[in-house]
Design a protein. Structure first.
Length: 426
């Protein structure tokens, strides 16, 4: 039995659960025999203004939990580390136990709400070219005051044995931006604008900073077609002059819409982005397979073919024309000595073509046939199978939100690797 299923079986027995904490909208339980994990149960409660306004709405806990699990599953599909382990029920999930950093990280694409009050003179709707990041210290008694980087660092807080210093603050900022961008792209596909978002981080039992807590419809502003009047988020509740059963019914409907929207993030409603890898001969297959494997990791469908520009020119042109159907496609030409394959395909097709010649003893001489192009080719040459796949992925990322997300999360993981190395030596 896997850990995944074993912990689910234990957690389904109420006798194995002990309540650790209860907040305004959720309860947290320890799980007997699994000290590294906790159960998070979403409540049917909705609050605003530090619980000055509060209502119980049947079904809200289910929607909040499913929205959160959709988001964490989406982020993990893209390669981002979070505290999420699995969904247990409609209202419960199991997550890695973390020592929470008491800072809310807010990313904004559009100026609205409290930002306008703190920054008089900025007009509502001002768009930030890069997400605007703000941080707030979690303290209900002080109404969650805004903190600067310097305040966070100077507080000297230590969580899970990790002192939160400048490097940790920088890393959380980078993670916040990455989370916002991939969620923003997901909503864009569904004709919705992610206006702003708040998230939190925790320190795992291994001492790693990870995305934690919950991310549901209370965590952001979402405007269909960028129209504030159509807002689907918690701000609708905050702005109610009077809370009625009809208004709560409309609110629950809005929350359910967002739950369904986030459930679509892991789907690609369009066909999967693809890359045609054309080999000059079967001898190039090993190199082509390396490219294909990296493409698969990036969420791109590789299609391998063999065709010679010198010996079967008409067949090569016929092959590439099959893929000029409007579907996002990049061609990678894998040929070495006297590489006419890439230039011939590029010169007779509007598809982007990348040369990626395999390594050989004669590469120093052969490479010039991939580098020196006649005018009007637009044919790129990339050395290395992994780099060719990445070049293709970046060309396709504007057409496929999953490819875009995998690129951002891979870049984030590179930064996390450098951070870990720095921690190890300091």
């Amino acid at each position: 039995m896997t850990l995944f299923h074993g912990i689910q079986e234990v957690a389904r027995n109420p006798d194995n659960l002990t309540k650790l904490a209860e907040g305004k909208t959720k309860e947290i339980y320890s799980i007997r025999g699994h000290e590294k994990y906790v159960l998070v149960r979403s409540k049917d409660s909705l609050t605003a203004f530090n619980a000055a306004r509060k209502n119980e709405i049947q079904g809200k806990g289910r929607i909040a939990n499913l929205t959160t699990t959709h988001i964490f599953q989406y982020l993990q599909l893209l390669g981002m580390k979070t505290h999420f382990l699995c969904e247990l029920s409609d209202t419960e999930m199991i997550v890695e136990k973390c020592d929470m950093v008491p800072i809310e990280w807010v990313a904004r694409r559009v100026a609205t709400g409290s930002f306008l009050k703190r920054n008089p003179g900025v007009k509502e709707g001002y768009r930030f070219s890069s997400p605007k990041i703000e941080t707030f210290y979690k303290d209900d008694a002080q109404d969650d005051p805004q903190w600067s980087d310097e305040q966070i660092i100077s507080s000297g807080m230590t969580k899970g044995g990790l002192r939160i210093g400048k490097e940790e603050v920088d890393l959380m900022r980078r993670m916040t931006i990455a989370v916002f961008k991939v969620l923003e792209r997901g909503f864009q596909l569904l004709q919705c604008s992610l206006i702003d978002m708040k998230i939190e981080f925790g320190v795992s039992s291994e001492g790693a900073l990870v995305l934690a807590d919950v991310i549901d419809n209370d965590s952001w502003r979402v405007w269909p077609n960028g129209d504030k009047r159509l807002q689907l988020d918690k701000q609708f509740y905050r702005e109610l002059q009077q809370v009625t059963q009809d208004s709560l019914k409309e609110l629950l409907s809005n929350y359910e819409k967002v739950m369904n929207l986030t459930g679509s993030f892991m789907k690609n409603e369009k066909e999967q982005a693809r890359c045609l890898i054309v080999m000059g001969s079967i001898a190039d297959k090993g190199h082509a397979e390396k490219i294909a494997n990296e493409l698969r990791h990036l969420g791109i469908q590789p299609i391998l073919r063999v065709c010679s520009a010198h010996k079967t020119t008409s067949e090569a042109l016929s092959l590439v024309s099959e893929f000029e159907d409007g579907h996002p496609t990049v061609v990678i030409a894998v040929a070495g000595r006297s590489n006419g394959l890439g230039p011939v395909l590029a010169g007779n097709s509007a598809l982007p073509v990348i040369n990626c010649p395999p390594a050989s003893d004669m590469l120093r001489e052969d490479i010039w046939s991939s580098l020196r192009m006649p005018s009007g080719m637009g044919c790129t040459t990339v050395m290395g199978a992994e780099e060719a796949a990445w070049a293709a992925a970046k060309m396709l990322s504007n057409h496929d939100h999953l490819v875009y997300g995998k690129i951002l999360c891979a870049q984030l993981n590179n930064a996390i690797g450098i951070y870990k190395a720095s921690v190890a030596v300091r």
